[in-house]
Design a protein around this ligand. Structure first.
Ligand SMILES: [Zn+2]
Length: 267
């Protein structure tokens, strides 16, 4: 099949005419702000790609292949050398290189969403033992902190989950040693189109997360939702095992750099 023949074929694919791929991010969060008293926790970080509305591995493989082909076609239309130069120029003080390493040299981000902003629904679950009514506010604060960096994405918090782009829900604990999980979907051009975050109130071992810890884990998960990946530097909120409670300069710089670049492969 010639390359040009692929374009109508891709448009015929189900799910709103584009290939949607989900990326799953999970991570663990330290229970306390004192690094010295951290309980050992397994680093758990999963990336998984699946097509939406499909649970079969065959469909996953096909979806990934099509997405890769589409990304390749898109990359040829873009000035990849120029994008690489811009990454090089802006890389100092960021962990953009680690993100590219984990993503096979591709960047994913939301398109400009200032008007209309991204619609976020933050759930409540007072039935969970240890629930604190301030938790949803701590999560909304986390969204706003990232948006206030001046990136071209704003969030609006909606009461109705039905028409939200982003859902945040709560569980008592995960069965694995993690405290949060983010799943996002992107189109074939690596624009993120929707996302869901699940937050646990308790560590896998049973310890309750206080509002500051919930805020930190929310910052981490919203970082994923916006397109960031993990960094090895534990002074950043985007380290796999979160130890800090606030955004670092590198977190801010990496997010700003990501949102100055078009998404997609820079191979
Ligand atoms: Zn993570």
């Amino acid at each position: 099949m010639k390359r040009t023949d692929l374009i109508p074929a891709l448009l015929l694919l189900p799910v709103l005419g584009f290939v949607a791929v989900q990326a799953l991010h999970t991570h663990s969060l330290t229970a306390t702000s004192q690094a010295a008293s951290l309980a050992p926790a397994a680093r758990l970080h999963g990336h998984r790609a699946t097509t939406r509305n499909s649970g079969t591995t065959e469909a996953v493989a096909a979806g990934e292949m099509d997405a890769n082909v589409a990304a390749e076609l898109d990359a040829k239309k873009r000035d990849v050398l120029d994008i690489r130069r811009r990454i090089e120029l802006g890389a100092t003080g960021t962990y953009i290189g680690e993100i590219l390493g984990e993503r096979d040299s591709a960047l994913a981000r939301w398109p400009e969403r200032l008007a209309p902003p991204v619609r976020v629904w933050v759930g409540s679950n007072p039935m969970i033992e240890g629930w604190d009514d301030s938790y949803p506010d701590r999560v909304r604060d986390a969204f706003d902190e990232w948006a206030n960096l001046g990136i071209p994405v704003k969030f609006t918090f909606v009461r109705d989950s039905v028409d939200a782009d982003v859902h945040v829900s709560w569980i008592d604990h995960f069965d694995s040693p993690i405290s949060g999980k983010t799943v996002w979907a992107r189109d074939s051009k690596w624009w993120i189109v929707s996302a869901n975050i699940t937050l646990a109130l308790h560590h896998n071992a049973g310890e309750l997360l206080d509002p500051k810890a919930i805020h930190a884990i929310a910052l981490h998960e919203v970082g994923h939702l916006l397109g960031l990946d993990h960094t090895a530097d534990t002074t950043n909120i985007m380290t796999a095992r979160v130890r800090v409670r606030d955004l670092s300069e590198a977190d801010r710089a990496t997010m700003k750099l990501l949102y100055s670049l078009p998404p997609g492969s820079v191979k």
